[in-house]
Design a protein around this ligand. Structure first.
Ligand code: SF4
Ligand code: SF4
Length: 404
């Protein structure tokens, strides 16, 4: 695990532990710290130890001032935005480290910064093939983090709906910024008519079907070892990076279309095009956690008032104020509706209308799923790529000649 990954991991884990302390769960805090200590002893990694020290000192210095985002006394929307921006910042650092590593290999130099394995999260098809291989006892050694991160994201869907989309996804964050920028220039809400919205939403399911076909049907299990040991897979991350850095005309046109959709409609990419959004939406039906409206407390039933603040706050255009449970595959567990609700206990995210969890708990749950499983995979020896640096260097020199 590289220094950027280790630092992000330890900051996340120590921040999570501290949130337990601020929430009054002191036993949970001690147990979490104990687990981290045991994990560090098992890992016996100097990089992780240094990262832990830096994270602990950094957090302690910040804690000195007791800012609201640390003590948890912060509004739902601020908490979610802060969490999403911090993850985005970590991702930018990872991207920088990856770029330096790859450019040095391309120049034939031994990199002084290791490749961050978490970039394999951007190889969902490879991750899917690896998961299929694992089910048959075939373990990839070149990009194991791809399978781990795909499993992590799928697990978030099963446990806490599309909280990954609402709380963590960097593409969702960038899309939101673009949409806001467009709104400054053109104020109108350019919503598609309902008859067009539904077919457009189905596009992401068609893309998901194509991915599933590629992973499950286009490659028989017996062909998986050959693919996983092939040169293409060994530098699949570089191929993916080149796809974005040196796009062809068709790719450029596709990017332009995506930008238009994102600026045109809030969460346009998540709603219409993202295959991750599609699979998380399907998995989210099984999640026990859902947005639930308590009729006893809602202003509509309890006081006979007219209110639709929750509906108006929803970026996914879900009609919340007439439902008792939001089951929609478009719900991203962002809790904007809960934040907008003027009546305490009327709306919440939980397993029943009387048993809701706080926004801080949603953030901690997402954080735990995103960081603890990769850490466990690392401890189990299934995170770091085993592709020798020299082989990567050689393959990068002839990357354009390597195909499937
Ligand atoms: S229903 Fe609530 S939690 Fe779900 S997307 Fe809409 S605002 Fe977010
Ligand atoms: S905002 Fe709150 S009080 Fe108003 S309709 Fe929604 S759940 Fe009921």
């Amino acid at each position: 695990m590289t220094i950027t990954e280790s630092l992000t991991l330890m900051l996340a884990l120590l921040y999570g532990a501290s949130q337990l302390w601020w929430a009054g769960k002191h036993y949970g805090f001690v147990a979490t710290l104990g687990s981290i200590a045991v994990a560090l002893a098992i890992a016996a990694s100097s990089t992780l130890l240094i990262a832990t020290l830096v994270a602990a000192v950094g957090l302690s210095l910040v804690y000195w001032r007791k800012p609201a985002w640390i003590t948890g006394e912060v509004r739902i929307n601020q908490l979610r935005d802060g969490f999403q921006h911090l993850l985005f910042l970590a991702l930018l650092l990872v991207a920088l480290q990856y770029t330096i590593n790859t450019l040095m290999l391309k120049a034939g130099m031994t990199p002084w910064l290791a490749r961050p394995n978490v970039v394999d999260a951007f190889l969902p098809i490879a991750g899917g093939i690896e998961l299929k291989g694992i089910s048959a006892g075939i373990w990839d050694q070149n990009h194991p983090a791809a399978a781990v991160m795909l499993a992590v994201v799928l697990l978030t869907g099963l446990i806490c709906k599309r909280a990954f989309c609402g709380w963590a996804c960097p593409i969702g964050l960038v899309g939101d910024k673009l949409y806001r920028l467009r709104k400054r220039l053109i104020k109108e809400e350019l919503m598609p008519p309902a008859w067009l919205d539904w077919p457009l939403r189905m596009v992401k399911y068609l893309l998901l079907a194509a991915f599933i076909y590629l992973v499950c049907f286009s490659m028989p299990t017996m062909a998986i070892p050959g693919y996983l040991n092939g040169n293409y897979h060994k530098i699949a991350d570089v191929k993916m990076a080149l796809f974005f850095i040196t796009p062809g005309l068709v790719t450029l046109a596709a990017f332009a279309l995506i930008l238009l959709i994102v600026a045109w409609r809030r969460q346009g990419f998540c709603r219409y095009l993202c295959p991750y959004g599609a699979i998380l939406g399907l998995l989210s039906f099984a999640s026990p956690l859902k947005i639930r409206r308590n009729r006893e407390h809602c202003l509509i039933e309890s006081r006979g008032m007219k209110c639709d603040k929750c509906t108006r706050a929803c970026p996914a255009n879900i009609i919340v104020h007439t439902k008792t449970t939001v089951r929609s595959d478009e719900c991203q567990a962002c809790m904007r509706c809960v934040a907008a609700c003027p009546k305490k206990q009327a709306l919440g995210f939980g397993i029943s209308s009387n048993r809701s969890i706080s926004a801080r708990s949603v953030m901690l749950l997402t954080l735990t799923l995103l960081f603890v499983l990769p850490f466990a995979a690392y401890l189990a020896g299934y995170w770091d790529s085993q592709t020798p640096e020299m082989i990567r260097m050689q393959l990068i020199q002839m990357v354009n000649r390597i195909g499937h």
